[in-house]
Design a protein around this ligand. Structure first.
Ligand SMILES: [Zn+2]
Ligand SMILES: [Zn+2]
Length: 149
């Protein structure tokens, strides 16, 4: 996703979709949906401020039960691009085109769940037989797990 700066245009909006699979490297995901971005930009000389939000959506393998987990979250974007520069605080751009890839990548991982779960109440899988316990009990004796709920 890119913003093309137009002379004498000092602010604008950019809304659209971006291929999230370019950011989330394929392995480990069952399905990756396009990232949706709603961003605003403001130009102050060679400094461009960008803010807005992105929605990230994908289907991955639940860390707890091994089933499919639908993950969707919002990440807020707030950053500054400077021409030819770029350091820990700013992104850099050249010419009139601002490439948002790095900023979108940072925003995706800023809110990325530390544990991918199919639901908060995921029961996990049975260590005895490997059955996904969200689909029902398996018959193995698991006193500790049964007493939890
Ligand atoms: Zn699960
Ligand atoms: Zn079992």
């Amino acid at each position: 996703m890119k913003i093309e700066l137009i002379p004498n245009k000092f602010f604008g909006e950019i809304c659209g979709e971006y291929d999230l699979s370019a950011i989330l490297d394929g392995a480990g995901y069952l399905k990756i949906f396009p990232l949706r971005a709603e961003l605003k930009y403001e130009v102050h000389g060679d400094r461009v401020e960008i803010s807005g939000k992105i929605t990230v959506k994908f289907e991955a393998v639940c860390d707890s039960c091994g089933g499919a987990a639908d993950i969707e979250y919002l990440s807020v974007i707030d950053g500054v691009f400077t021409k030819g520069g770029g350091n820990d605080d700013y992104y850099s751009y050249e010419g009139r085109v601002i490439d948002l890839t790095q900023m979108l990548t940072d925003a995706v991982f800023a809110e990325y769940p530390s544990r991918v779960l199919c639901s908060e109440a995921c029961k996990g899988y049975c260590f005895g037989c490997g059955k996904n316990l969200n689909d029902g009990e398996c018959g193995c004796s698991r006193r500790s797990a049964n007493s939890k709920t």
